[in-house]
Every structure is written in structure tokens, then in C-alpha cells.
Ligand binder design. Structure first.
Ligand SMILES: NC(=O)c1ccc[n+]([C@@H]2O[C@H](COP(=O)([O-])OP(=O)(O)OC[C@H]3O[C@@H](n4cnc5c(N)ncnc54)[C@H](O)[C@@H]3O)[C@@H](O)[C@H]2O)c1
Length: 377
């Protein structure tokens, strides 16, 4: 039984999943600076006063926990993850992983030294549609994939201010130049490219035209070149006034393509050549025609899983974290993927402020010497 402590209110997103696996895990502590969040933990999770903490270090020291789910603002992630690992706890951490490149190396070094589990909570990878596209890719339905797109369009301007005060998002998200929040767009696309990695990025922006007092770009387009030479394009847009669409993706392969829905009655669709219909790449058909290819576990447990949120995604991400803690084997969404996808955002800031200059993404998976752990211009 994995005993979990949560820090940050967004951690409530795992409650449904944990409740659905009562033999595997339970939530035994909650930490948040806000009293309101702790009151909610007592009601929704059934914790008592002694299981609720205002100070994170107190929770690490005194609570009966094996693992921590970190759901605080982005700039808290690495310091809190390192503290947890050093206290002998496994970690599942919200996106993005870090706010500086140095933090990424601190984190990797700690995970390598420590041997505890670190899982990157990139939940969009676990959404049923992302899983279905990945399964179709693996089954070869698109042929060889050579191009992908991910877009996160979510007008978040209101989240930069709360009761007259600027929130952390005013600074660490919309106050930051470049594609500061790229992992929801990258994750589901990158998992269709197997072990290929991002080696170089260039980020472009049309500037800052919306008069909202935020330093960030109205939107950014980041081109990522993979080791194989293939391309992934990422749009991060949290300022433009437009309807939300946080899960737009497309992929292009030698046998066909996929495009997610973008709104107004649109549906996810694919066009693929098959033996029966070699010209099938000419015509869109609904993606749902291929639902039978969803991974088995998404079909089997769908009712329980769906209750947990995000169409089952919240359930399986927690299930995989529990499994990793149980077996001691680092999960697929490990610290290296966390670093690579987060670095796209961090280095995009240098790129966009230097006319789209190409920035090399370090090979975090390689055991680099100290001299290589640097930002190359
Ligand atoms: N995966 C997703 O779909 C998704 C969605 C939203 C947010 N996020 C991520 O989740 C994280 C939190 O975002 P949010 O929207 O919930 O932010 P938020 O500002 O609404 O909530 C942050 C919470 O953390 C608490 N907190 C801050 N510093 C703390 C500390 N030192 N110790 C204890 N508690 C502390 C605050 O009191 C607050 O309750 C961010 O990293 C964000 O990027 C991910």
C-alpha cells in the first residue's frame, strides 16, 4: 500500500483515482499554505487535523508517507522534489518540471543519486485520444511518422490575478518569454516518435499586441527538430482572445494523417491508406472508427477510470506511478523526458528573444560530464 502526501490543491486531481484503487494506495497527508485547501482535504479525503500541514518540510518529516504528489506553482517543483527525494520519498510532479536549466540538472542528479521514483505528471499523454493515436502509430496505420503538431490555446489572462493580487502565473507563466508551457502539446506527439529526442528548437512570436500588462508573447510557435531530422511544431497561446483548445494535435506519416478536433462540432479524424483502400489517405473518417485499437486497459476499466477524470487519464497516470513505486523501475515519463520537454520551453525564451535563433537541447539521457551541462549558443 503506497501512502501518498499531496502538496498543492491541484493534487485533488488524483483523489478519484486513488479512491478507485483502495488496495494499492491511499492519501495520508495534505499540505497547502491555504487553510481552505486543508479544510477541503478533510472533507474530500477524510484526513484529520494531524494529517494536514501548512509547512511542506513538516509533512516530509512527520507524516506517514512513502510518496509525494507535487502540485504547487512551477517554481516550487524542483526544490520540493529534491527535498522529497532526499527525505526518501518517491515523487510525482506536475508540469512543467523546472523553471531554469540548472534546476533540471539538479533534479536529474538527485534522481540518479537517490534511486527513488520520479514521475512527470504529463497527464495529456494519458488521455484516451493520445493513447489511441499512439496505438495506431505503433500498429503502423500512419506508416512512418515524420511530422507532428501540438497546440495549447487557453486564454489564461484571468488566472494572473486573484482578489486584486498578481498570482505566480503573472510571472512564471505569462510573464515569461517563449513557449513556457509546452509539455501538454509535446508529450502526446513525442510519444508517437518512440525514442527519438528533440535536439534543436527555434521559437518565433508575432510580438505582444494584447494590452494586458504581461511580459509574455501573445503566442509562440516553436519548431523542434528531432535527432532523426523529423519535425514537431508547438503553439503555446495563453493570451490571445479566442475559444480554448488545449488538445489540438496532428501527425503526418507516409500512409496517412490525424487531426484532433478544434471546435464548433469538429471531430477528431484520420485519413489512412489500408490494404482494402490504398487511397484512403485522401478522405477523412472519424477517429472513433478505430476505438477498438485503444489499449486494453482503457477498455477494461473504463467505468472506474472515467470517474477519476480526463476520460481515464487521471486513473492510469496514478496507476503507473504506483506500479513504478512498487517495482522500483522508473516510469516511462521519467526525469529525462521531463527535462527534455521542459527544456524546450526554457530554451525557447532565449530563441524567441534572439530572432528565432536555433538552440541545442542537451541530451539529458546521456550521462553527461559536467563540462557538457551547459546552454550552447
Ligand atoms: N496537468 C494539468 O493539466 C495542469 C492543470 C493546471 C495546473 N497544472 C500545474 O499544476 C500546478 C499548480 O497549478 P494551480 O493552477 O493549481 O495553481 P494554484 O495557484 O491555483 O494553486 C497552487 C496551490 O499551491 C499552494 N502552495 C503554493 N506554494 C506552496 C508551498 N510552498 N507549500 C504548500 N503549498 C503551496 C497554494 O496555496 C495553492 O493552493 C502548476 O505547476 C501548474 O502548471 C497542471
Amino acid at each position: 500500500m503506497l501512502k501518498i502526501g499531496i502538496v498543492g490543491v491541484r493534487g485533488f486531481s488524483i483523489v478519484g483515482a486513488v479512491k478507485a484503487m483502495p488496495e494499492e494506495a491511499c492519501i495520508t497527508a495534505m499540505c497547502d499554505l491555504s487553510e481552505e485547501a486543508l479544510e477541503r482535504a478533510k472533507k474530500e479525503i477524510g484526513l484529520n487535523d494531524s494529517q494536514c500541514y501548512r509547512i511542506y518540510e513538516d509533512m516530509l518529516k512527520n507524516a506517514d508517507i512513502d510518496a509525494v504528489v507535487i502540485s504547487t506553482p512551477m517554481h516550487c517543483h524542483v526544490p520540493q522534489a529534491i527535498e522529497a527525494l532526499q527525505a526518501g520519498k518517491h515523487v510525482m510532479c506536475e508540469v512543467t518540471a523546472a523553471v531554469t536549466m540548472d534546476e533540471l540538472w539538479w533534479l536529474i542528479e538527485e534522481v540518479e543519486r537517490n534511486g527513488k521514483i520520479y514521475m512527470f505528471a504529463e497527464n495529456y499523454c494519458y488521455m484516451p485520444e493520445s493513447q489511441l493515436i499512439r496505438a495506431m502509430t505503433k500498429a503502423g496505420l500512419f506508416g512512418e511518422i515524420y511530422y507532428g503538431e501540438g497546440e495549447y490555446t487557453h486564454d489564461c489572462r484571468e488566472l494572473t490575478c486573484y482578489e486584486g493580487h498578481r498570482t505566480w502565473r503573472h510571472y512564471w507563466q505569462m510573464g515569461t518569454r517563449g513557449a513556457f508551457y509546452p509539455t501538454h502539446s509535446l508529450g502526446p506527439v513525442m510519444q508517437c516518435f518512440d525514442d527519438d529526442r528533440i535536439v534543436e528548437i527555434s521559437c518565433f512570436s508575432p510580438g505582444n499586441h494584447n494590452d494586458c500588462g504581461l511580459r509574455g508573447d501573445d503566442l509562440t510557435q516553436t519548431l523542434c527538430r528531432l535527432e532523426s531530422g523529423k519535425l514537431v511544431k508547438v503553439r503555446v497561446d495563453t493570451i490571445s482572445p479566442r475559444p480554448h483548445c488545449m488538445t489540438y494535435y496532428s501527425i503526418q506519416g507516409t500512409k496517412g494523417c490525424y487531426e484532433a478536433a478544434r471546435g464548433l462540432g469538429d471531430v477528431a479524424k484520420v485519413a489512412v491508406a489500408t490494404e482494402d483502400n490504398p487511397k484512403g489517405f485522401d478522405t477523412w473518417v472519424p477517429l472513433s472508427n478505430f476505438n477498438h485499437l485503444l489499449p486494453e486497459r482503457y477498455k477494461e476499466k473504463s467505468e472506474i477510470a472515467e470517474k477519476a477524470g480526463h476520460g481515464g487519464g487521471d486513473y492510469y497516470i496514478v496507476a503507473d506511478f504506483i506500479e513504478a513505486c512498487k517495482t522500483g523501475v522508473q516510469p516511462e515519463l521519467n526525469v529525462y523526458k521531463a527535462a527534455e520537454w521542459t527544456a524546450v520551453g526554457l530554451l525557447s525564451s532565449l530563441s524567441v528573444t534572439n530572432g528565432g535563433r536555433a538552440m541545442e537541447i542537451p541530451d539529458f539521457r546521456k550521462n553527461m560530464p559536467y563540462s557538457e551541462k551547459k546552454i550552447k549558443l
